[in-house]
Unconditional design. Structure first.
Ligand code: NDP
Length: 332
C-alpha cells in the first residue's frame, strides 16, 4: 500500500474578528472531513457559487473555516469501503462539498464513495473540470428539455446568460444536438464567441420580450434559463405550446412573477434542475453524454486554466458577470 501524504495545501475561507477572507494554508491529513474515499485532487473549477463562498457571502458556506470548491476531479488514493480502486480517475460535483464540508480547492479531499463518478474513458480531470458543475448542469437541462419532447427542428431554443459557464455549455450542447439556438447575453461583444459555440442568433438580453401579459407571443420551443427573475418570467410566458423551460439559475434574480396560464393553456413544462442532489445513475448518464457530445475543441475554447492562488481575485469577477465560459483551477 502506498503511503499517504502527511500534509496538503488548501484555500481556506476563515472568519474572525477582522471579517471573512480566503488564504492558502498547509494542513495535516487529519484536518480532512470524514469519508471513506480519499482523492488526490488535481483540478477544481470556479462556479458562481464558489465566487459567493470565497467572498464569504451568506448562504453557501455552512461553517468556518472551510475549503470551498463545489467541484473536484483527481485520482483515488484510498477507499476504505473497497468500492474504488486506487488510481481510478473520478469526478465529484455537488453533494454539499465546498458548502457543508471541505471541497475542491485543496490537494486532497475526503468524500463519501457514493458521491464519485468514474471519469468516462478518454477524458481526464482537466476536461472534467472544464465541464464542472456548470457544464454538468447544462447537460441536465438539455436532457430535461429532450425528455419533455424537444426535438431538433422544433424551432428556436433560448439560452439566457449565454456567455456564462452554464450558458456557454448549454449553447454548445444544444447546437451539437442540432437545435437552433438563440443566445441571450448582456455582453454583445461576446457575439463571435457565442456564434463559435454554435448559436444561430445572438440577442441582447434587453431584446427579450418583457413580461407585460400572462401569455406573451409564442416564440421558444425550449429554454435553458440561468438568469431567473424577470428574464425567466418573460421566457416562460413566451414559450410555445408544449415547449419546456429548464430553470437552472438566479444570476439576475431569484423571484419568479408568473401565472399558471402558460402551464394550463399551453401545456408548458417548467422544469427544475438541481445538480447538487442529482442521483448517481443520472450523473453517470450526463457525464457519458458530455464526453460523447461536447465538442472538445469548443470546450477548450471556453476554458481558462488558473492556479489556486488566483481564485480570490477571480471570485468578484464571476459575481460581476465578467468571467467568460469556464475556469479550471489547477490545485497542484
Ligand atoms: P456565470 O457567472 O458564469 O454566468 C452567469 C451569467 O448570467 C453571466 O455570464 C451573465 O451572462 C448572466 N447575468 C449575470 N448577471 C445578470 C443579471 N443581473 N441580469 C441578467 N443576466 C445576468 O455563472 P454560472 O454559469 O456558473 O451559473 C449561472 C447560474 O446558474 C447561477 O445563478 C448559478 O447559481 C446557477 N447554477 C445552478 C445550478 C443548479 O444545480 N441548478 C448549478 C450551477 C449553477 P451574459 O454575460 O451572457 O449576460
Amino acid at each position: 500500500m502506498t503511503s499517504l501524504p502527511e500534509h496538503y495545501r488548501a484555500l481556506r475561507v476563515v472568519k474572525d474578528d477582522q471579517g471573512t477572507r480566503a488564504e492558502v494554508q498547509t494542513l495535516p491529513l487529519a484536518a480532512l472531513p470524514a469519508g471513506d474515499l480519499l482523492i488526490a485532487v488535481s483540478h477544481s473549477s470556479l462556479n458562481y457559487k464558489d465566487g459567493l463562498a470565497v467572498l464569504g457571502r451568506p448562504g453557501v458556506l455552512r461553517a468556518y473555516p472551510m475549503t470551498p470548491g463545489i467541484d473536484l476531479a483527481g485520482t483515488v488514493l484510498e477507499d476504505r469501503s473497497g468500492r474504488w480502486a486506487p488510481g481510478t480517475g473520478v469526478v465529484v460535483t455537488g453533494w454539499g462539498i465546498g458548502e457543508r464540508q471541505d471541497g475542491g480547492y485543496a490537494e486532497l479531499a475526503r468524500v463519501q464513495p457514493g458521491w464519485a463518478v468514474a471519469l468516462p474513458p478518454g477524458v481526464g480531470a482537466q476536461w472534467a473540470m472544464s465541464v464542472g458543475t456548470a457544464g454538468f448542469t447544462a447537460m441536465l437541462a438539455v436532457m430535461a428539455l429532450e425528455e419533455h419532447g424537444l426535438t431538433p427542428g422544433d424551432g428556436e431554443v433560448l439560452v439566457t446568460g449565454a456567455a456564462g459557464g452554464v450558458g456557454s455549455v448549454a449553447v454548445a450542447l444544444l447546437a451539437a444536438a442540432g437545435h437552433t439556438v438563440t443566445a441571450s447575453t448582456g455582453r454583445l461583444e461576446e457575439t463571435p464567441y457565442l456564434q463559435a459555440l454554435g448559436a444561430a442568433q445572438v440577442i441582447h438580453r434587453e431584446e427579450l420580450p418583457a413580461l407585460t401579459r400572462p401569455l406573451e407571443k409564442e416564440r421558444w420551443a425550449g429554454v435553458v434559463d440561468t438568469v431567473g427573475g424577470a428574464t425567466l418570467a418573460g421566457a416562460y410566458a413566451s414559450t410555445r405550446t408544449h415547449g419546456s423551460v429548464a430553470v437552472c439559475g438566479l444570476a439576475g434574480g431569484s423571484e419568479l412573477r408568473a401565472t399558471v396560464f402558460p402551464l394550463i393553456l399551453r401545456g408548458v413544462n417548467l422544469l427544475g434542475v438541481d445538480s447538487v442532489t442529482c442521483p448517481v445513475p443520472r450523473r453517470e448518464a450526463a457525464w457519458a453524454r458530455l464526453a460523447r457530445d461536447l465538442p472538445a475543441p469548443r470546450l477548450a475554447e471556453v476554458t481558462q486554466v488558473r492556479p489556486l492562488s488566483d481564485v480570490p481575485a477571480l471570485a468578484p469577477q464571476i459575481l460581476a458577470g465578467q468571467v467568460r465560459g469556464r475556469t479550471v483551477v489547477d490545485v497542484r
